[in-house]
Design a protein around this ligand. Structure first.
Ligand code: GDP
Ligand code: MN
Length: 361
């Protein structure tokens, strides 16, 4: 999960990285009260999750007199199509030089890689394209709790040594926050010292629970329902509902629908050991999607028992046609229950998807 700049800066500050004085505002007038704290020059930065925000008009400079008006202007903008709801108002730093530093997971060598460039502010991809040697990189063993001095020297080259402790603190952030990416662009020098003028932090989604981060993304009613039951659920734009157990089997079902030129309405993995109750909620959930007139239920009975699944499907009692393909534990009983209530249970996944295609058409 990618944090917003001000969230990332809060984390950086906790780890001792100097960040500019700043406040988050949600309306233009709010900036007025903070101007005495921020000083003469202010930077107003839209808190939107888009790359190249500055170039797209998301970073504006103002002074005490123009701050409220400039904030109003920024709130009225859309940055690459994203409306501005929050602005980080910061003191304007007297920047001497801008550097680039980032730490990411290098998949091929399976360790953190630290990138550094003497010219920050611009996009790193562009920098690397123009001059490969402008970007230096070192790999750090994940067992180390600090970047070793010899690697730091190699990384910095001729850049000021005072950057080193900040980069090392960024490494602590990277490790401590289970980050996929921790980036400062630009990392700046000023007469008063080094600052992180911008901040980017992407936390590994698999670590959100450990990090105590709750995602407050706007969920639709169905997505909330899915979350409540612990289903892996993604809405797509087709018409054939899909329910499976296990991500692989569910994904294969989607692929097969695609293969026959059909369009799946969703991905729903009920997870392992689904009982009657869970299956019923899953079927009801998918049936409630507009435009769905057929649902393929593709389940492999292991811990999940086919008779339980059958009871769940029957209990859901939904309007869209439910076509079932089940194999495994208590398969016979499941088939008997479904047949008794007029449901079709097919032998193979292929047959089930083909049957669903006919209904969808
Ligand atoms: P981004 O475009 O989303 O990466 O936004 P940044 O926060 O990196 O800001 C873009 C550019 O604005 C930086 O590279 C700086 O050149 C400039 N900038 C940002 N904050 C300050 C500041 O406090 N003082 C000065 N002089 N320039 C700033
Ligand atoms: Mn930046």
């Amino acid at each position: 999960m990618k944090l917003l700049e001000y969230e990332a800066k809060r984390v950086f500050a906790e780890y001792g990285i100097p960040v500019p004085k700043g406040v988050v505002i949600r309306a233009p007038a709010e900036v007025a009260a903070h101007l005495p704290d921020l000083g003469d020059g202010v930077v107003l930065k839209a808190q939107v999750d888009v790359g190249g925000r500055g170039k797209a008009g998301g970073v504006l400079f103002a002074d005490t007199k123009t701050a409220v008006e400039t904030a109003r202007d920024l709130f009225s903008r859309e940055i690459k199509g994203v409306p501005v709801r929050e602005i980080l108002a910061e003191e304007r730093l007297p920047i001497e030089h801008e550097y680039y530093v980032s730490i990411a997971v290098d998949r091929s060598s399976r360790q953190p890689v630290v990138l550094f460039a003497d010219a920050g502010g611009v996009e790193i991809e562009r920098m690397a394209e123009e001059d490969e040697s402008a970007v230096r990189r070192v790999f750090v063993s994940p067992l180390l709790t600090d970047i070793p001095p010899f690697l730091m020297r190699e990384l910095l080259g001729g850049a000021p040594k005072e950057l080193a402790p900040v980069i090392n603190s960024l490494y602590h952030v990277f490790q401590g926050k289970d980050a996929m990416l921790a980036e400062i662009n630009p990392l700046v020098t000023t007469a008063r010292g080094v600052y992180a003028a911008d901040a980017k932090l992407i936390v590994d989604d698999n670590a959100l629970a450990r990090q105590g981060i709750t995602v407050n993304r706007d969920l639709s009613e169905r997505e909330r329902e899915a979350e409540k039951h612990g289903f892996s659920y993604v809405e797509l734009d087709g018409t054939i509902g899909v329910i499976g157990n296990g991500a692989g089997l569910t994904m294969s079902t989607l692929d097969l629908i695609e293969f026959y030129n059909g369009r799946a309405a969703n991905f729903l993995d009920v997870g392992g050991g689904a009982d009657q109750e869970r299956v019923m909620h899953a079927v009801k959930l998918v049936a409630s999607m507009p435009g769905v007139n057929v649902i393929v239920v593709n389940l492999l009975g292991g811990i999940t028992r086919c008779d339980e699944v059958a009871k769940g499907i029957i209990a859901a009692g939904v309007a869209p046609t439910v076509i079932v393909r089940m194999a495994g534990t208590n398969e016979e009983e499941g088939r008997r229950l479904l047949a008794g209530c007029g449901y079709r249970m097919l032998e193979s996944m292929d047959a089930a998807v083909k049957a669903a295609m006919e209904v969808a058409e």
